[in-house]
Design a protein around this ligand. Structure first.
Ligand code: PGA
Length: 253
C-alpha cells in the first residue's frame, strides 16, 4: 500500500523567524503522524528550516531549481546547491512557474533529471486549465505533461517521483475538484505511467492532489483509491489547519 505524503508549498511567504516558529510548533504535533510531512519553503528559509526540522518528522523541500550544476545563471539555484545544505525534496513545474516564469515541459524534464542526479526527490506538478477541461482535453493535457516530465528516467526514478495533480482552476481559488473528479484524473495519470513503465511502477508512484486543499475537504480526498496525499498551498501557512490536514491522512496505528 502506498503511503500518504502531505507537502506544504509556502510559495513566496514566510520570513525565517516565521518559518522557525511554524516548524517548532508543527513538529511535536505531527511526530506520530502516519503520513510523510514535507514543507517546501522559500530559498531564504531553507537553511533555518533544515536546522529547526532536524530530528523531527518534517522534511524540507525547495520550490524550484535550475538544471545546470553551476554557471552564469544569475539568480538561479542548482540541485547541487540544494543538496549541499541537506534539502531532500524539490517542487518542479508548478503551474505558477509554468505560467509566470516560462517553464515548459522541456525545462521540467531537464530539472527532474537534474534533481535525481543530485539525489533530490522531485514533486512534479501537472494540471489542466479550466478552458482545457471544458474543451474535454484534461486527460490529454495531464497525461502528456506527465510523460514529458518523466521522459528518459529509469523505472526506479519514476517510482521515486512524486506527482502532484493540480488543476489550475482549483489553485488558490477556493474551488476544489470533487474527490471523484480528482481521483479520476489521478487514475488517468497512473494509467499513463502503467502504459509507459509497467503496472508495478504505476502502483508505487505517489500521486498527490493539489488545489484548495483544506482541513474540511482533505479527509474525503484521502479516502479515495488513488489520491496519495496533497500539495497544499494557502492552508499550509496556517499551523492548525495544516496539522489537521496531516492528521486526516491517518492516525498512527
Ligand atoms: P492552494 O495551492 O492550496 O492555495 O490552492 C496549491 C498549490 O499551488 O500548490
Amino acid at each position: 500500500m502506498r503511503k500518504k505524503v502531505i507537502a506544504g508549498n509556502w510559495k513566496m511567504n514566510m520570513l525565517p523567524n516565521e518559518a522557525i516558529s511554524f516548524i517548532e510548533g508543527l513538529s511535536n504535533k505531527v511526530e506520530n503522524a502516519k503520513a510523510e510531512v514535507i514543507l517546501c519553503v522559500p530559498y531564504t528559509d531553507l537553511f533555518y528550516s533544515l536546522l529547526t526540522a532536524q530530528n523531527t518528522k518534517i522534511k524540507i523541500g525547495a520550490q524550484n531549481m535550475h538544471w545546470e550544476e553551476n554557471g552564469a545563471y544569475t539568480g538561479e539555484v542548482s540541485g547541487a546547491m540544494l543538496k549541499s545544505i541537506g534539502v531532500e525534496y524539490v517542487i518542479i513545474g508548478h503551474s505558477e512557474r509554468r505560467q509566470y516564469f516560462a517553464e515548459t515541459d522541456e525545462t521540467v524534464n531537464k530539472k527532474v533529471k537534474a534533481a535525481f542526479k543530485h539525489e533530490l526527490k522531485p514533486i512534479v506538478c501537472v494540471g489542466e486549465t479550466l478552458e482545457q477541461r471544458e474543451a474535454g482535453k484534461a486527460e490529454e493535457i495531464i497525461t502528456t505533461q506527465t510523460s514529458l516530465a518523466l521522459e528518459g528516467l529509469t523505472k526506479l526514478e519514476v517510482e521515486n517521483t512524486i506527482i502532484a495533480y493540480e488543476p489550475i482552476w482549483a489553485i488558490g481559488t477556493g474551488k476544489t475538484a470533487t474527490s471523484e473528479d480528482a481521483n479520476n484524473s489521478i487514475k488517468q495519470i497512473r494509467n499513463k505511467i502503467k502504459q509507459l513503465y509497467g503496472e508495478e511502477v504505476a502502483q508505487k508512484v505517489i500521486i498527490q492532489y493539489g488545489g484548495s486543499v483544506k482541513a474540511s475537504n482533505s479527509k474525503e480526498l484521502f479516502e479515495t483509491s488513488d489520491i496519495d496525499g496533497a500539495l497544499v498551498g494557502g492552508a499550509s501557512l496556517k499551523l492548525e489547519e495544516f496539522e489537521k490536514i496531516v492528521s486526516s491522512a491517518g492516525k498512527p496505528c
